[in-house]
Design a protein around this ligand. Structure first.
Ligand code: PLP
Length: 449
């Protein structure tokens, strides 16, 4: 399993550098609390399912990572796609964290959360002309270029605007990140980046283009990477490339080292932060480049949970299903990546061991299945369960499949909670899809206000 993660970390699963993170979920008076707030109380107020994040854990994660990498001169940009809620971004922005974005929508979110444009890096393989124009207008720190065609487009737009676009070329170093096939991005046949062998000629050509200021190189080799070896290989290849470019008389001032730092699993610990920082220092530390990383999952995943209610228990051909009110549209990772999210009940342990529950959602797809859970104990309809490690790639990947509303998001902070995204109810979608008058008239539908 590529992304199995523990909810209530034990000594075996908590990376040694992160003891402080285990504290935000604990049982008080028999009920599970998040930073001191009873999750059952939040459930009463906002309904289930809902995402709950801890502001203090978000802050602790950023602070710990920044403290580990800043001695080697590395700044941190949060990969917005992991969790793009404005309130989450604002927690990071307030601490000086930059943002890595992959769309115009994420650009607007990062800016609205208070991130200065000069701390925002624009990645992604398919930036549109509108997105590029907007990025240049607001003055983003850097645009990472993923193809020759994109390079030419950025140069042309910037030139027409009378600007020089600050760009880095994203290198595909042909490194297997040793992670799930759907979250690896740097093998030869991947759609991401420019083949490493093509970089020297392209870098020279780009450096001569009037619309561009070619600042350096970027890599991002995949996600949930648990071993430092793939990073070591990719960054060493990058360092060799920098030397080659410099030997050819080209200037390389910046290196974007990508995200992908794993958070550990039930069987593997997360990479040690000090060792991660050391790997950066040993591979690219002596080049005199400005360095940054773009973690998403590592910063946000452990700071979030998804709370769901058991709707029905159902025994069928020997399997003990617990049908829950969260589904693949709310948390897509099990269906998409075979991920297993650890779960615990909110109630105090009950006597008896209970079966190995199969937690399944109500969506009409066989892949709407969270997997097997042997340690939940006896369950009853109405019980509340909590999925861990849901602060990254949870809410951002959710959809309204099966016409299910988008679930609310809640932030706990300092013993209080606040709603940070309302449930997007059906009336919103009915309104967006209202037929035009003439279609409605032909179909005999009443569209009166
Ligand atoms: C997704 C992505 C990241 C973040 O990956 P994590 O595994 O969440 O750290 C960073 N950079 C780029 C270019 C990405 O596409």
């Amino acid at each position: 399993m590529p992304a199995a993660t523990s909810l209530l970390p034990t000594a075996a699963t908590v990376p040694s550098q992160a003891p402080a993170f285990s504290g935000w979920l604990d049982r008080r008076n028999g009920t599970l609390c998040a930073d001191g707030v009873a999750l059952s109380q939040i459930a009463v107020e906002v309904g289930t399912p809902f995402y709950c994040y801890s502001a203090s854990v978000l802050r602790q994660r950023y602070t710990a990572l920044a403290a580990a990498v800043s001695p080697v001169g590395v700044s941190v940009c949060f990969a917005v796609k992991a969790n793009s809620n404005l309130n989450v971004l604002a927690e990071f922005a307030r601490l000086g964290c930059g943002m890595d974005i992959v769309s115009g929508g994420e650009m607007e979110r990062a800016l609205a959360a208070g991130t200065p444009a000069e701390r925002i890096i624009f990645s992604g393989v398919g930036k549109t002309r509108d997105e590029i124009r907007r990025a240049l207008e607001v003055g983003l720190h850097q645009i990472n270029i993923e193809s020759v065609a994109e390079l030419e487009t950025v140069a042309e737009i910037a030139h027409a605007m009378g600007l020089r676009a600050p760009v880095a070329l994203r290198v595909n170093p042909d490194v297997d990140a040793g992670t799930h096939a759907k979250i690896t991005t740097a093998r030869k046949d991947s759609k991401f980046g420019i083949a490493i062998g093509e970089i020297p000629a392209l870098y020279a050509r780009a450096s001569a283009m009037p619309g561009l200021e070619v600042l350096g190189l970027a890599v991002h080799i995949g996600s949930q990477i648990q071993s430092l070896a793939p990073f070591q290989r990719a960054w060493s290849a990058l360092a060799d490339l920098v030397r080659e470019l410099r030997d050819a008389g080209l200037t390389v001032a910046r290196l974007d080292l990508g995200g992908g730092l794993g958070i550990g699993s039930e069987t593997e610990p997360a990479p040690d932060l000090e060792a991660y920082a050391r790997t950066i220092a040993e591979t690219v530390g002596d080049l005199g480049c400005a360095l940054n990383i773009e973690p998403g999952r590592w910063l946000a995943a452990p700071a979030g949970v998804l709370v769901t209610e058991v709707t029905y228990l159902k025994e069928s051909s020997g399997a003990d299903f617990a049908v829950i009110d969260a589904a693949m549209n709310d948390l897509m990772r099990p269906a998409l990546y075979d991920a297993h999210h650890a779960a615990v009940p909110i109630h105090a342990p009950r006597p008896g061991s209970g079966p190995a529950w199969r937690l399944v959602g109500p969506v009409c797809e066989s892949s709407d299945d969270f997997g097997s859970y042997p340690n939940l104990g006896p369950l009853e309809p109405g019980d509340l369960l909590v999925f861990g490690s849901a602060g990254a790639y949870g809410a951002t990947m959710s959809s309204t499949y099966n016409s299910r509303p988008l679930v609310p998001e809640v932030m706990v902070d300092d013993g209080r909670f606040r709603l940070i995204r309302k449930r997007a109810e059906m009336d919103l979608f009915l309104e967006l899809e209202k037929p035009s008058d003439w279609v409605a008239a032909a179909n005999g539908v009443n569209v009166a206000e």
